[in-house]
Design a protein. Structure first.
Length: 175
């Protein structure tokens, strides 16, 4: 950051009585964060002025760093420092490298496992082929023999006689 920019930031951060918005700080992308104290309000209003003119459709969640988001939501009292933001970027890069390394190890382990299973399968198939002669498979319905069918009669208590139905008597019990 140049000396002129530092002087400008220092001037904007001064809490002068006639100033409505007080500069709280900026992030690494150049976005400016302001705080406005209003009489009678429980807490200050915090806002961001983006370095780039973005329309609403261009907004993305990661435009504002997490530390500044916490400050904007009043879950953090003090605004984050530049060093804190730089350390977070280093932590993210280190994490990405670690994740990539672990992913490469996982892929290599999967490939070796697949190769090992493939070689075991081929070896077992070759052993089976050498021990047993090739059998011809039959069609599923080739050897089918149907069983003999017999009609089972209803029990005499369940059977209705033709004379009962002709007299108007039904199968139902009398109530």
């Amino acid at each position: 950051m140049g000396i002129v920019r530092q002087l400008y930031m220092s001037w904007k951060m001064l809490r002068l009585p006639w100033r409505n918005d007080i500069l709280a700080g900026s992030d690494l992308d150049g976005n400016l964060y302001f705080e406005r104290f209003v009489r009678g309000a429980y807490r200050a209003r915090r806002r961001v002025v983006y370095s780039k003119n973005l329309s609403v459709s261009d907004y993305k969640d990661d435009i504002i760093p997490v530390q500044w988001q916490a400050w904007m939501r009043h879950t953090r009292d003090e605004p984050p420092t530049t060093n804190e933001l730089l350390m977070d970027i280093q932590r993210r890069r280190k994490l990405e490298e670690t994740v990539q390394r672990l992913a490469e190890k996982e892929v290599a382990a999967r490939l070796s496992r697949v190769e090992q299973e493939k070689s075991e399968t081929v070896g077992s198939i070759q052993n089976q082929n050498s021990k047993q002669p090739a059998l011809q498979k039959a069609a599923p319905g080739e050897n089918f023999q149907p069983e003999e069918w017999t009609h089972e009669r209803e029990s005499p208590t369940e059977q209705a006689t033709p004379s009962d139905t002709s007299k108007g008597k039904s199968h139902r019990r009398a109530h």
